[in-house]
Design a protein around this ligand. Sequence first.
Ligand code: NAP
Ligand code: MG
Length: 489
Amino acid sequence: MAIPENKLAFGDGWQYSPAPESIDHIKVRKKYDLFIGGDFVAPVKGRYFETINPATEERLSRVGLGTELDVDKAVAAARKAYSSWSRMKAAERGKYVYRIARILQERAREFAAIESLDGGKPIRESRDVDIPLAAAHFFYYAGWADKLDYAFPGRTARPLGVAGQIIPWNFPLLMAAWKIAPALACGNTVVLKPAETTPLTAMKLAEVVADAGLPPGVVNIVTGAGDTGAAIVNHPGVDKIAFTGSTAVGRIIQKALAGTNKRYTLELGGKAANIIFADAAIDQAVEGIVNGIFFNQGHVCCAGSRLLVQESVADQVIQKLKDRMDTLIVGDPLDKNTDIGAINSAAQLETIESYLAIGEEEGAELYQSACPVPDRGYWCRPTLFTGVSQSNRVVQEEIFGPVLAIQTFRTFSEALSKANNTRYGLSGGVWTDKGAKIFKITQNVRAGVVWANTFNKFDPTSPFGGYKESGVGREGGLHGLDAYLKLEA
Ligand code: NAP
Ligand code: MG
């Protein structure tokens, strides 16, 4: 059954209740080849790896394991396509990007189900956030394709060439959209590597690219492991690297690029402070805390993973938060009532569990809701730590799971200094009734985005990116165009 057009608009969550039988029509192939030069081609060495459903531990599909040889072919295809793509009339180029956006909207239901199957996130989130936002990024950047002269008045904007793009597993399709949409709109061609545990929506996107009739080689998708990503980073035919992932890998990439002419943007980790002042609307703030840390199982670079709450309301906030945590449903990602889905992989669950042990060893007090979790699959109940201190590892390090570290503060300056006492600087949040406090916090918290009386709100028009060890460069909005252009006087 087709989804009515008026139900597909961005931000309009259409109803989808996927009973297990209703996903039978979702087409996941048994095997996916690489997408190079407009065709699906077997990896040169003929090797494949499994992608599984983290909620059941069952294999979903086998996916091509790209090596240096495949990356070389993909870069050659992108280079060949670049000469005509970069010279194409900009309005024509924009039409192709619009076409991708429209097909994504039409197939939103299928994309949402596959995103939840492959990565474990609740269908409510892939349906209402990931897929509509991915389409919105293609729409937004399609609109810029023929307006670059207005974006950068008095400058001539030229594309960079071949962009190598490497993305993580927490927002698979959305991160692909963040990367591909601005690159194409600016006249670049791309070689994209999805994350190992979540390659399926990228391969579906390859089908969309083919269906949209893009010239062969404009978009190439090479699945594989870390080595595949490194092959893209080190390929001499790549002009720009756009990486989203951990600070540890970002550091390796930055070192590899030092001394080359390659441009780069690095979107890395975070450990955001969500600051609650006593004058905040407490019930709304509690919802904001829940959204800030439990959205997408806490697999969110900008998650509000540190809560700073003013001492006079701390007991009240923590009690309300625990009560709310007890209502959260952990389980089947395809059930529309699920609040917290599966942890993305066995390895990530192990990391999270190691931090639960570290927190307790550091003397923090752990609280976990008592909700039931399925027998198979990877699960973590919503968790919080109280009684932590600033130097604790659970306060300083990115856990990337549904685990919140809570600290209290008395004064505004104490809140600010605790918020900034981190090596990260990606995001933050502030909850207060006073506009003046909001301005003071947003001016003084060293983070790329600070939300006020809300959290985890995304829009293609807003730039996104970090300070300190959270990265280099910005994606989204006008800044996101700049990252794919040479601007000449
Ligand atoms: P990751 O381990 O750094 O991996 C990211 C991507 O890089 C994956 O595709 C990975 O491939 C690939 N990779 C691994 N080693 C590589 C190497 N040596 N050279 C080139 N590529 C390599 O990060 P992740 O665990 O997937 O994602 C979680 C991290 O991403 C968190 O730290 C999170 O904060 C960050 N993140 C940041 C943003 C942002 O906008 N700032 C957004 C989302 C996520 P494999 O999958 O095969 O390992
Ligand atoms: Mg998977």
